[in-house]
Design a protein. Structure first.
Length: 293
């Protein structure tokens, strides 16, 4: 079992090696130029860790909770963002059972001045697709049928246009690194989990019923980083290399989004500034004339 596991991890890492190399290449100069308009020190991202210790979400093919995957990845993304200058990034962990925890997390988002909510999850499948196997002598469930990440937005969100903008930016970053989204959410067999594909190029889906997305007034996006019931993908998404690729993708997407929001403020007529993105309130260090170029 050990050698099988080792070779599976090696295969998983090899398959993303080109993306890791890409993640370490310099940013493209155009993006960097636009990025100068973004006040990173004050732009605040809330990284919502999906689920809780008490209600941990899906269980992986090898018996690890989704919450554990979500927490590890959120911390990796936090490191990438703070390393890039987004020092106010917050990892949001909520205790308790599912519903009370959900109310706590949306209440926190409501009370916290922030520019973006990114909810971190890992995917599973509807129970009807699960098959049985044994891992380390214990019965477990898996489905190798589906793989890939996916990105969700809700049209009921207080700023759904900006939510969609960030979702697409993230999708493009992931695609640029050679990652593939999960296409099966459009299939009829997904039943109540079937969703409209808003961007078929980069895999952004509409999921209006998601409480954590529809309730906030700030832009909000939910990211499923991969399927942990897929036996190979579980090994892949748990590697530091894969998490680094995700961290780099999120960071570049946030940089572009922050710059785009700053540009919107710079281009907005003075009499409309009251409805400008929140960034205006802490954008005192920005050079507006440069931002408009
Ligand atoms: Zn989840």
């Amino acid at each position: 079992m050990t050698s099988l596991r080792t070779s599976a991890i090696a295969f998983a890492i090899l398959s993303i090696a080109p993306q890791i190399a890409h993640a370490q290449t310099p940013e493209n100069p155009a993006a960097k130029l636009i990025g100068t308009n973004c006040d990173r020190a004050s732009f605040r991202v809330i990284l919502d860790v999906g689920h809780t210790v008490e209600a941990p979400g899906a269980i992986s093919a090898r018996g690890v909770t989704e919450y554990e995957f979500n927490l590890n990845l959120a911390k990796q993304i936090e490191r990438a963002l703070t390393g890039a200058g987004f020092a106010r990034t917050e990892v949001l962990v909520t205790p308790g059972l599912a519903k009370p925890a959900m109310y706590k997390r949306v209440a926190h988002v409501k009370e916290t001045p922030a520019d973006l909510l990114l909810s971190i999850h890992h995917d599973a499948v509807p129970n009807s697709f699960l098959e049985k196997w044994e891992y380390e002598g214990k019965p477990a469930n898996y489905s190798d049928r589906f793989r890939g990440h996916s990105i969700f937005v809700a049209y009921g969100n207080g700023d759904h246009k900006a939510s969609l903008e960030f979702a697409k930016l993230l999708g493009h970053q992931l695609k640029d690194r050679g990652l593939h989204y999960a296409p099966h959410y459009t299939e009829a067999f997904m039943g109540r989990f079937r969703h409209e594909l808003l961007d078929k190029d980069v895999g952004v889906y509409r999921y209006d019923a998601l409480f954590v997305l529809k309730t906030p007034r700030i832009p909000a996006v939910l990211f499923e980083a991969g399927s942990i019931v897929n036996r190979n993908e579980e090994l892949l998404v748990g590697t530091p290399e894969y998490q680094a690729v995700i961290g780099a993708s999120v960071t570049e997407a946030v940089e572009s989004f922050c710059a785009s929001r700053a540009l919107q403020v710079a281009q907005k007529p003075a009499h409309k500034l009251a409805s400008a993105p929140r960034i205006r309130r802490h954008a005192r260090s920005q050079n507006y004339s440069a931002a408009a170029e």
